[in-house]
Design a protein around this ligand. Structure first.
Ligand SMILES: Cc1cc2nc3c(=O)[nH]c(=O)nc-3n(C[C@H](O)[C@H](O)[C@H](O)COP(=O)(O)OP(=O)(O)OC[C@H]3O[C@@H](n4cnc5c(N)ncnc54)[C@H](O)[C@@H]3O)c2cc1C
Length: 412
């Protein structure tokens, strides 16, 4: 870290998002005083993305609010931060990473390259005004459109699409959401809770069209206007088409380096990849989860934070298995919610709801008598109990179904 450093090792972090910046801080907190280099593709200081689809679009949050550490953090902690410098090659046998015209030899390396927005070629090729939301630059463009009260077509009823729809309605924009499945968020939340989200948006004036896809996008013959044709034969005119159809893990560097990749970089519960000196965190990590008993890749803020810290400890040889349950939150209009747990592709066979799906409620996703995941809307004190129920898994279901029974009393 300085001329008085006793550790002669070099650690390199490749990324520049929340996982990377958290790992850098943890390494210093845990006493690593060797050389620490952070290679970041974006030109901005590492920042958190959740505000981009919420407060930033509403004009309530700035880039500075979202920044993980202030600018002077990197200098005072001896982190060689290279902004706008993507790593382009990784040789895990030689222990070298190349960025720009520099090749750095490392002892341990953290890969935290995150995700990018999944592209929709028919939108990209249309010549119409099309936006995605992944970076602060994307958010600024969408915020400018909302200030102009643009008419918006949102392609995809996932988290980001719905959050942008909410921000756009608050700004007074006309919004149409197009979702090919029967309900928004269907794959994550199932039909009942997905329908509750659709109704929430309808109550706020969003035209939610489900069970139909975008077939074609053209420029409508007018510059800056998109004509969106749907599978049901209708057309919608928009000033901006926001495509929110998911994210793709940025694994090119890992793949080229020969690391094991399968929908994310495969890592063990210590976040070690198929090469022991390369650890992985955040959106790109498909990590073995000791409690869930399977590999999971989680695209959530809390995982980037937790795995960033855990990966740093693994680099130092002091790590413990990463076993935090996946956790997610969203804010849309007056609704704030938190979700904990994981429902895999096998789905769930029962949804237990306590409360009113149009307002404040708790929901539990159950398979074969085990609670896989739980969620609350607007009940901010419930989270500890929800976590305990999901951790316990096997609970007394009759008691869970009875809203009069306190959650603390449903554990077996
Ligand atoms: C708009 C938006 C809203 C969200 N809202 C929520 C929310 O409400 N709740 C929630 O739980 N989660 C939310 N998320 C998800 C959450 O932000 C992500 O899970 C989190 O950002 C993942 O952090 P990360 O560090 O793994 O990756 P990222 O944040 O993607 O950061 C990775 C960084 O690595 C850089 N990079 C890529 N390749 C290279 C390379 N070769 N060399 C150097 N750098 C490279 C990228 O440019 C990027 O800056 C949201 C995401 C978005 C986009």
């Amino acid at each position: 870290m300085s001329t008085s450093s006793t550790d002669h090792r070099t650690f390199v972090i490749v990324g520049g998002g929340l996982a990377a910046a958290t790992a850098a801080a943890t390494l210093r907190e845990e006493g690593f005083d060797g050389r620490l280099v952070l290679l970041a593709a974006e030109r901005h200081l590492p920042y958190e993305r959740p505000p981009l689809s919420k407060g930033y679009l509403a004009g309530e949050a700035t880039l500075a609010d979202a920044t993980v550490h202030p600018a002077d953090f990197y200098e005072t902690h001896g982190v060689e931060l290279r902004l706008g410098t993507p790593a382009t090659a990784l040789d895990v046998d030689a222990h070298t990473v190349t960025a720009g015209d520099e090749t750095i030899t490392y002892d341990r390396l953290l890969l935290a390259t995150g995700s990018s927005a999944r592209r929709l070629p028919l939108a990209d090729d249309s010549g119409a005004p099309v936006a995605y939301l992944r970076t602060i630059d994307d958010a600024e463009r969408i915020a400018a459109a909302l200030r102009e009260r643009a008419r918006l077509v949102v392609v995809g009823g996932g988290w980001i699409g719905l959050e942008v729809a909410a921000a756009a309605r608050a700004a007074g924009c006309d919004v149409v959401v197009v979702e090919p499945l029967e309900e928004p968020l269907l794959r994550v939340l199932g039909p009942q809770v997905g329908h509750a989200f659709a109704q929430l948006h309808r109550r706020h004036g969003v035209d939610v069209r489900t069970g139909t896809s975008v077939e074609d996008i053209t420029t409508a013959g007018a510059p800056g206007v998109a004509l969106v044709r749907l599978g049901d034969g209708t057309t919608v005119e928009a000033d901006l088409v926001l495509v929110g159809i998911g994210a793709v893990p940025s694994t090119t560097l890992a793949e080229k380096a020969g690391l094991k990749v399968d929908d994310g970089v495969m890592v063990d519960e210590h976040l070690r990849s198929s090469h022991p000196d390369v650890v992985v965190a955040g959106d790109i990590a498909r990590a073995h989860h000791p409690l869930l008993g399977q590999h999971v890749r989680v695209e959530h803020w809390d995982t980037a934070l937790g795995q960033g810290a855990a990966a740093a400890r693994t680099m130092l040889g002091t790590g413990e298995p990463y076993e935090r349950l996946p956790y997610f939150f969203t804010d849309q209009y007056e609704l704030g919610m938190e979700y904990v747990g994981y429902v895999d592709r096998d789905g769930f066979d029962e949804l237990v709801v306590r409360g009113d799906l149009d307002g404040v409620y708790l929901a539990f996703w159950v398979r074969q008598g085990r609670v896989l995941a739980a969620m609350h809307t607007g009940d901010w004190d419930a989270m500890d109990d929800l976590r305990a129920v999901v951790r316990a898994g096997a609970v007394d279901l009759d008691r869970l179904r009875d809203p009069q029974v306190p959650l603390g009393d449903v554990l077996g």
